[in-house]
Design a protein around this ligand. Sequence first.
Ligand code: CMC
Length: 428
Amino acid sequence: MAETATLTIDGKSWELPIIRGTAGEPAIDVTKLRDLTGHLTYDPGYGNTVSCTSAITYIDGDAGILRYRGIPIEQFSQRPNFVETAWLLIFGRLPKPHELAAFSAKLTANAHLHEGLKHHFEGFPIDAPPMAILSAMINAKGCFEDDFTHLEAEEAFEETAASLISKVRTIAAYAYRRSRGLPFIYPDPRLRYCANFLHMMFSMPYDQHLLDPDIEDALNLIFILHADHEQNCSTSTVRMVGSAKANLFASLAAGVCALWGPLHGGANAAVIEMLEGIHQGGLTPEQCIAKAKDKTDPFRLMGFGHRVYKNYDPRAKMLKQVADKVFSKLRRSDPLLDIARGLEELALKDPYFIDRKLYPNVDFYSGLIFRAIGIPTNMFTVMFAIGRLPGWIAQWKEQHDQVGGRIARPRQIYTGPELATYVPIERR
Ligand code: CMC
């Protein structure tokens, strides 16, 4: 018999269907609630609201589990390949060798930016935030496509996805070069995804950047760990914009803007600012913890806490190991890493953080690794965006392919004046 939940209002009862996901997680289906009862549900921040069904990513926040298309995230660390992970997320299964080779070839063929698009960088002030440039350039890129609004055919979609995943890295590197007044370095078709990105970031026309396979692997894993995270703020934004049948480029550009916020992807840069503040003697780690606990102070311990994880974020666990590897490989030490470890230790034994189940999240250690690789702080959230792009594309496609989808349009409870009168300006 179908499961239901009984809702009783003013003595009248209704049976509402319960739907369950693969792991049995239940949700009360309220799609007919307003028609049946005249009532709405109130859930600011959507902490209890399921906005869609999705077969892409599974998270169990209490157990600290993350899986892409059913595969535990830990399994991606063996031979990290971001391009393979992107294909898996977008097309729903691991690619066969010839499919991966064909997709990689598409990425290589699409790495260049149209010269016309390249000139757009000159229009930005030298200190323009790279996330603003990234969002604007993704939207602008759509204008350089022959037919960017129709992506019904699987092949056309694959070509466009490859082009976006490839070019986002070129755009990111060019935004950085522009901010430093450095010449643009063209992509090198002989290099793999992450190596090519590092080449465009750090080579000079007269001096090829030396690539280290261990750093390349670390970057691959970092991008993989950021690749999708179900219905977070930026992904929900991509789906929200996409639900209006807006094109892929416009939807992704909106996702970049949402990711920019310091409570979301912008937290990786905010963590470094917080650690630098401590290092420069602004605050001791103990004062920082006390400030984060003080309810009269808006300060939060950046890189801590998560809407879904009420356990150690599995991505943070893996990134902590990547940080150790990268620092020992580069034979580098960073006082900020020691401060981060100390802060984590303090927080994890503090009743405030224990009671609220606040653990390090993906942003706590990622910035330290970016810093060690030589990525400047204002590019950290761009790095997150490069990693998240396949997830956004997969989510947009899943929604686009679903039959009978509706435009996303939440309701509200109006609390303004009931009826007011317009007063002409000369009488106000
Ligand atoms: N420092 C201090 N207190 C915190 C923190 C924190 N980082 N995070 C949550 N809390 C407290 C919060 O004040 C609340 O306390 P109380 O119950 O006494 O009112 C309690 O913990 C529950 O927090 P919440 O506000 O209900 O949590 P949320 O699900 O709305 O917010 C969050 C999640 C990630 C926005 C939040 O934890 C936060 O602001 N963290 C710092 C920013 C950050 O690291 N963001 C990256 C998130 S992971 C990657 C991503 O999504 O991009």
